[in-house]
Design a protein around this ligand. Structure first.
Ligand SMILES: [Fe+2]
Length: 243
């Protein structure tokens, strides 16, 4: 319930005798300084978008307009939404009458936006290269798929299965099974448990429709030409140090 001080009411209302009489019937609640505890880290909403790690004008087969729109509207939009959600969760926590299922709606949104932020950051970071696989990731691919060509065929087939809809295709190292697989993900929340992303491909239509319309396969081919395999190898090293 909102409470106000009698002094404030008196100063706000006109100085007529009627107003003063009204104020005399209001409950007396002395004004006190606002005491706001600092938000815990989980609710601070301080995420900031990471800048594109490459020149978007220099990708092969993916226009600058497409990449900039994707970064600004979809990725940065998810970052802003996640910040808002975290802060709203903190506010809702103080409402003792709030039903848990209402809180759950926002917790679901927290998971959606977190997945979007993480996967988009991995996606943009693994673009801007020459598309030529090398190093430890190439060894891993050969170990688990027999050849680069067989891996690429499966990666593309998985991606094409998501054409015309939404989702992600992710080459992952599974930290639980110690296996390497191409995982199919229907949305931002749909990841293999314990899958550490090595190569991430955005298959939402917003990632290609501006350039290719519904021709998802052409977008996938263009993506493969721009993979930054140095970044993928950095992730292989990072997950290797956790084993
Ligand atoms: Fe996207």
């Amino acid at each position: 319930m909102t409470t106000i001080s009698r002094r404030k009411v008196i100063s706000t209302l006109a100085t007529s005798s009627a107003s003063l009489a009204l104020a005399s019937f209001l409950p007396v609640v002395e004004a006190s300084p606002q005491t706001t505890a600092p938000l815990a880290k989980a609710f601070q909403g301080q995420h900031t978008p990471k800048p594109l790690p490459f020149d978007p004008a220099k990708l092969k087969g993916l226009s600058e307009k497409l990449i900039r729109s994707h970064w600004e509207n979809n990725y940065s939009g998810a970052v802003k939404a996640l910040n808002t959600i975290e802060q709203r969760l903190a506010a809702m926590l103080t409402d003792k009458d709030l039903p848990p299922y209402i809180y759950g709606d926002l917790k679901r949104e927290e998971l959606v936006r977190t997945g979007s932020v993480v996967l988009h950051e991995n996606y943009f970071a693994n673009l801007g290269g020459d598309g030529k696989a090398s190093g430890k990731v190439l060894d891993l691919i050969k170990q688990w798929f027999g050849s680069y060509e067989q891996w690429e065929a499966e990666f593309k087939k998985t991606a094409n299965a998501l054409g015309g809809g939404s989702g992600w295709t992710i080459l992952s190292y599974n930290q639980h099974t110690s296996e390497v697989h191409n995982y199919w993900a229907w949305d931002h929340m749909h990841n293999a448990p314990m899958g550490y992303p090595l190569l991430v491909l955005d298959m939402y239509e917003h990632a290609y429709h501006m350039d290719y319309g519904a021709a998802a396969a052409k977008y996938i081919d263009a993506f493969m030409q721009n993979v930054n395999w140095d970044e993928v190898n950095r992730r292989v090293e990072a997950v290797g140090s956790r084993r």
